[in-house]
Design a protein around this ligand. Structure first.
Ligand code: SAM
Length: 305
C-alpha cells in the first residue's frame, strides 16, 4: 500500500503542470480579501532535496523544472511558479523542490488555512519536520510564522475521507487539491466518489485533480467520468512530453482536471501550454490538450496541438 514515494518524481513534468496550475488557483483566491481553506488530500513530504538518492535515481527533474530554470522568456504565469522554486534555492543552484504544501504555504496569506493529509508514516513525519524547519527559518528572518497548529495542520489520515469533515469551510472559499499515487487502480474510483460527495457538501468549491494519462482502462475513462460530475464548470488540461515506447514504461503525459475553475485560468493555459510543449517536449509526440465545459454548454476543445 505504501510503495509510492514522491521523492523519486519531484520536479518532473507532471509536477510542473500541477504546481503551476495550483499556484494560479491560489493567486486567484488571493484576489479577494476573505480567508480560504487549502485542503491537500495527498500532501507528500512538502519539500524534496534534489540531491537525495531517491531524486537522483532517475533525475526526473532534469526533464521537468530543469529546462525552465535558466529560461529568460517564461510566460508571466509560469514565471510565478519558477520564481517560487528559485526563492527556495537562494544559492541559484537547483537543490530543493517544493511539494504542493510548500507551494500553498508560500502563496496563501496569513489568514488562510492549510489542511494537509498524508498517510505514509515516513512522508508525514518529513512533512511535519519540513514545516517545523520552515517556521524556525521564518522566525529567524523576522518573517510571519507559518503558525503550525492553527494556520497549518498536518493530519496523518486518509485524505479521501478526511476532506469530508472540512467541507464546506466556514468562509465558503476553498481549493481542494487531490493528487493520489494511482498505483492502486481503486484511486480512480475513490477520487470520483470523493468529488461526488464534496460537490454535495460544497458545490461552489474549487477542486483540482492531478491524474496520469496512461493506457490502463481506468485512466482512459477517468477524465470523461469527471466531466459528468455536477459542477458548474470544468477545465481539463493535459501535457504530453513524449511518445510512449512499446513497453509503455514511464510517465509521458499527465493531466489536471479543475472543477469550478476561475475565469482567468483558461486564457492563462492557452498562453502557457504551447510554451511548455516547446520547452519540455522531447520528441514529435509532445503535445497538449485543453478542454472546458459547463453545465449549459457542451465540451469545448479550445486548443489541441
Ligand atoms: N501532492 C504532493 C505534491 O504535489 O507535492 C505529492 C503527493 S504524492 C503524488 C501522493 C501521496 O499520497 C504520497 O505521499 C502517498 O504516501 C500519499 N497517500 C496515498 N494514499 C493516501 C491517502 N488515502 N490519504 C492521504 N495520503 C495518501
Amino acid at each position: 500500500m505504501f510503495s509510492y514515494r514522491h521523492a523519486f518524481h519531484a520536479g518532473n513534468h507532471a509536477d510542473v503542470l500541477k504546481h503551476f496550475v495550483q499556484i494560479q488557483l491560489l493567486q486567484y483566491l488571493n484576489q479577494k480579501d476573505v480567508a480560504y481553506s487549502y485542503i491537500d488530500t495527498h500532501a507528500g513530504a512538502g519539500v524534496y532535496s534534489l540531491d537525495s538518492p531517491q531524486a537522483t535515481k532517475n533525475a526526473e527533474f532534469d526533464t521537468g523544472i530543469g529546462p525552465l530554470w535558466e529560461r529568460t522568456d517564461l510566460p508571466p504565469a509560469l514565471a510565478e511558479y519558477v520564481n517560487l522554486v528559485k526563492a527556495m534555492n537562494p544559492s541559484g543552484k537547483m537543490r530543493y523542490y517544493p511539494g504542493s504544501p510548500y507551494c500553498a504555504e508560500q502563496v496563501a496569506r496569513e489568514m488562510d488555512r492549510l489542511r494537509l493529509f498524508e498517510l505514509h508514516p515516513a512522508d508525514v513525519r518529513l512533512l511535519d519536520e519540513n514545516f517545523r524547519k520552515l517556521e524556525a527559518h521564518q522566525a529567524a528572518q523576522g518573517h510571519r510564522p507559518t503558525t503550525r497548529g492553527k494556520r497549518v495542520i498536518v493530519n496523518k489520515a486518509d485524505g479521501f475521507l478526511g476532506v469530508r469533515a472540512l467541507l464546506p469551510p466556514p468562509s465558503r472559499r476553498a481549493l481542494v487539491l487531490c493528487d493520489p499515487p494511482y498505483e492502486d487502480k481503486q484511486d480512480y474510483k475513490k477520487v470520483a466518489d470523493m468529488l461526488g460527495d464534496a460537490l454535495k457538501r460544497f458545490p461552489t468549491g474549487m477542486y483540482a485533480i492531478w491524474y496520469p494519462v496512461l493506457q490502463r482502462i481506468e485512466a482512459r475513462n477517468f477524465a470523461e467520468k469527471l466531466k459528468r460530475l455536477p459542477a458548474a464548470s470544468w477545465i481539463d488540461v493535459t501535457l504530453t512530453v513524449s511518445t510512449p515506447g512499446p513497453d509503455g514504461f514511464g510517465l509521458h503525459s499527465s493531466g489536471m482536471f479543475i472543477l469550478n475553475p476561475p475565469y482567468t485560468l483558461l486564457p492563462t493555459l492557452k498562453e502557457v501550454m504551447p510554451y511548455l510543449v516547446r520547452v519540455l517536449g522531447r520528441d514529435k509526440g509532445a503535445t497538449y490538450t485543453l478542454e472546458s465545459g459547463d453545465a449549459t454548454t457542451p465540451t469545448k476543445r479550445d486548443a489541441r496541438l
